[in-house]
Design a protein around this ligand. Structure first.
Ligand SMILES: NC(=O)c1ccc[n+]([C@@H]2O[C@H](COP(=O)([O-])OP(=O)(O)OC[C@H]3O[C@@H](n4cnc5c(N)ncnc54)[C@H](O)[C@@H]3O)[C@@H](O)[C@H]2O)c1
Length: 419
């Protein structure tokens, strides 16, 4: 059993902490958001993630939450899981990481504690930014008096609890033997491949994984756009392409592009770092450019059938950036709804989990039931929630950004973005 502090109890922090609690460790969550602290202390998940509430109830007693960093004095491992957003749409914003590092540094004790950077940070950040802060605030030496490691997170929102217990791999970036052996012990219940690297290689693995996945989506969309013009179903094309074992069939879901709190900001941060190094990352820039244009394809197809959107009621199915989450950060619904409103349409929308978060971005649109959305002049499918596979699309105009087969079969007028 280890005593673990989790700094930042958002999507990554809460799932990681509760996952480790389930494996028999004792967890203390530290956050600056009082609302999240109260929720965790009453065993309520601070975010929606399937299976999380059950695990919290089950492990109630093995964790608590606070805003007081002093509690980390009594822990063996401290995970930094705070957000690392984009600064003005470009470079990484390290303010949360720096603030957390300062407060951790002030509370490092004499026994050897390992600080583990789980937040996604640009290669070099742990050694060049986090380490000096920890050393200054603690008066101790990294890799000697305390440990420092990088352990990037690969969980997918919507499948996060499953992914915690069934990772494809665990990457551990270390420099000192003691941090390595503590993390090996912590991760010993997992049987997946474990890769040990130096600190900045571990940081780079995370960015490279996200950049590749984002590239795969933009590639699928570019091919999908060509297929659409040729009257070819790109899903059939990628079925054929994915059978090549060098390529693999996963993640070729052509549609309206990627959103979320990771791919867009991580690719932007990598572009920005590359430019700082006098490299021109042409491919990554094209990936982002394509992704920004892709959601507007849905409007283009809608206007083929309703050229003037002024005064028309357009129904949006799905606001979350992907199914099974309440996260709306950089969701494709944002540019789509912004454009609809600009064109003078009345927008009504439904999402099973994300309405509360989306209302903060668009208080002016109407939030309603799926059935009511189906009564609109036209329906746009923006997120592929499972329940959208059972709606009655008979007689409707449906413009589909996510490939819902039932809509394809039933709608009176149906357009798919890349098929
Ligand atoms: N969300 C994902 O799917 C995912 C997957 C892999 C990696 N990541 C990375 O993990 C990190 C966290 O992402 P997230 O989605 O969980 O973020 P989040 O915004 O959901 O959560 C971050 C939490 O940190 C808290 N926080 C901010 N500053 C703090 C401080 N000084 N002390 C204590 N708490 C503080 C916030 O209140 C918030 O609760 C990011 O670097 C992200 O890129 C995210």
């Amino acid at each position: 059993m280890m005593k673990i502090a989790i700094i930042g109890s958002g999507y990554v922090g809460i799932v990681t902490g509760i996952g480790f609690a389930e494996l028999g460790n004792h967890i203390v969550f530290i956050d600056i958001d009082k609302n999240k602290i109260d929720k965790i202390n009453s065993s309520q998940p601070p975010i929606f993630e399937d299976g999380l509430e059950g695990l919290m109830k089950k492990n109630n007693g093995n964790f608590y939450a606070t805003n007081d960093y002093e509690v980390i004095q009594d822990t063996n491992v401290v995970f930094i899981c705070v957000g690392t957003p984009s600064k003005n749409d470009g470079p990484i914003d390290l303010n949360f990481v720096k603030d957390a590092s300062k407060k951790i540094g002030r509370n490092l004790k004499n026994n050897f504690q390992v600080v583990v950077v789980k937040s996604t940070v640009i290669p070099g950040t742990t050694e060049e930014i986090i380490k000096p802060i920890l050393e200054k605030e603690s008066g101790k030496k990294a890799f000697k008096d305390f440990g420092l490691a990088v352990n990037p997170e690969f969980l997918r929102e919507g499948n996060a609890v499953h992914d915690f217990f069934n990772p494809d791999r665990i990457v551990i970036g270390v420099k000192d033997e003691e941090s390595k052996s503590i993390l090996e012990k912590l991760y010993s219940p997992f049987e997946c491949p474990k890769l040990t690297t130096d600190l900045k290689t571990a940081e780079m693995i995370k960015y490279t994984s996200n950049a590749f996945l984002a590239t795969k989506i933009s590639f699928a969309n570019e091919i999908g756009n060509i297929c659409k013009k040729l009257g070819i179903d790109s899903y059939k094309v990628f079925e054929g392409v994915g059978l090549d074992h060098r390529i693999n069939p996963e993640f070729f879901r052509a549609g309206i592009g990627f959103g979320g709190s990771c791919f867009p900001k991580d690719v932007r941060a990598l572009i920005s770092k590359a430019e700082e190094l006098n490299e021109n990352p042409k491919l990554l820039k094209a990936v982002m450019e394509l992704n920004e244009e892709q959601p507007l394809k849905l409007i283009e197809l809608l206007k083929k059938h309703i050229p003037d959107l002024g005064g028309k009621t357009i129904g949006v199915l799905g606001l979350a950036f992907k199914p099974n989450t309440d996260d709306v950060r950089e969701g494709r619904a944002v540019p789509i709804i912004r454009t609809l409103l600009k064109e003078g349409a009345k927008v009504i929308a439904y999402d099973p989990k994300a309405v509360k978060n989306f209302k903060k971005l668009f208080p002016e649109i109407e939030y309603t039931s799926a059935e009511k959305v189906l009564e609109s002049d036209a329906i746009l499918i923006v997120t592929e929630w499972e329940e959208f596979k059972n709606l009655d699309y008979n007689g409707k105009i449906v413009i589909d950004g996510r490939r819902i087969e039932k809509a394809k079969e039933e709608a009176r007028i149906y357009e798919g973005v890349c098929w």
